[in-house]
Design a protein around this ligand. Structure first.
Ligand SMILES: NC(=O)c1ccc[n+]([C@@H]2O[C@H](COP(=O)([O-])OP(=O)(O)OC[C@H]3O[C@@H](n4cnc5c(N)ncnc54)[C@H](OP(=O)(O)O)[C@@H]3O)[C@@H](O)[C@H]2O)c1
Length: 267
């Protein structure tokens, strides 16, 4: 039963640029929502905005640090206690730390791996256990996971892992009233630092970037069709197919040259 009103939509990273775009896209469809992020104030403000713009009041908000196992456990316990069923899970929470690997602290390694991969896997497990009759899962991965990326190595590896996990999970859920889609997003002008980065890439940035609103709508359509994996944006698809046969050493050199100039750790 592919009914949009079937169960709640649980969105991680709901307070972020892409997360919010999902929240509004789903609120427009009058979908019941469960929103999570680290910051309770931001979540409450978002719930108020949803109410004012879309007259939707069936919205739970729960603050939790997904990098923290106890927080994650408390989050799932609270959702389970409310007795809701999950009809859609959107794993949009993510941390895109960029720097030379040698400069990472162990704490930052844990943080990025847990938010980008471990937390997404855990919420999938939770959604399956508390699923509505039909379950859709959107895992927001990245085109950065297509090739290993020097100077963005952990991010790229966690997104590659998320894509791989998502595809395997989809196969396990075949014939079980479920759809699982890995969305390989390209650049989206969400935060100021990302907007600057896209601007700095000139024409390339313009061609590759898609608005978070566009990516949210695109993802909802893709999971409705139960696409296994999808690259968001025509330019990103061209890049994927156009570079597939190039020698790995060329791609690594090109990526290293571009990415060694960028260092950011906003988390
Ligand atoms: N923007 C891009 O160019 C781009 C490109 C490809 C893929 N992506 C992926 O798209 C997704 C959304 O990106 P975005 O640009 O919208 O990012 P964003 O604006 O920075 O938002 C990130 C979201 O993740 C949440 N988050 C971060 N760490 C968390 C933690 N430890 N526990 C719980 N929540 C946490 C943040 O919540 P707080 O309110 O707690 O900060 C926020 O809601 C990410 O998975 C990202 O990797 C982004």
């Amino acid at each position: 039963m592919k009914n949009e009103h079937n169960g709640y939509a649980l969105i991680t990273g709901a307070t972020g640029g892409l997360g919010k775009a999902f929240v509004f896209a789903l609120a427009k469809r009058k979908r019941k929502l469960i929103l999570t992020g680290r910051n309770e104030e931001k979540l409450l403000a978002l719930r108020q905005e949803v109410f004012e713009k879309y007259s939707l009041d069936d919205v739970y908000v729960y603050a939790a640090d997904l990098a923290n196992e106890q927080d994650r456990y408390a989050l799932t316990e609270k959702i389970a206690a409310s007795g809701v069923k999950i009809g859609l899970l959107v794993n949009a929470a993510g941390a895109d730390i960029q720097k030379e690997f040698a400069l990472y602290t162990q704490e930052k390694i844990n943080f990025q791996c847990r938010v980008n991969f471990e937390a997404a896997v855990s919420t999938c497990r939770f959604a399956i256990e508390h699923r509505a009759e039909y379950l859709e899962i959107i895992n927001i991965s990245s085109v950065s996971g297509i090739y290993p990326m020097p100077y963005f190595a952990i991010y790229s590896a966690t997104k590659a892992a998320l894509t791989s996990f998502s595809i395997a999970l989809r196969e396990e859920l075949k014939g079980k009233n479920a759809a699982v889609t890995a969305v390989l997003a390209g650049a989206m002008p969400t935060r100021d630092d990302i907007k600057e980065q896209i601007k700095g890439q000139g024409l390339w940035g313009k061609l590759a970037a898609k608005s978070p609103e566009w990516v949210a709508e695109y993802s909802l359509k893709a999971v409705r069709k139960n696409k296994r994996k999808t690259i968001a944006g025509a330019w990103n698809k061209v890049m994927y197919f156009g570079t597939a046969l190039l020698p790995q050493s060329w791609k690594l050199r090109f990526i290293a040259n571009r990415w060694r100039k960028i260092s950011k750790d906003a988390f």
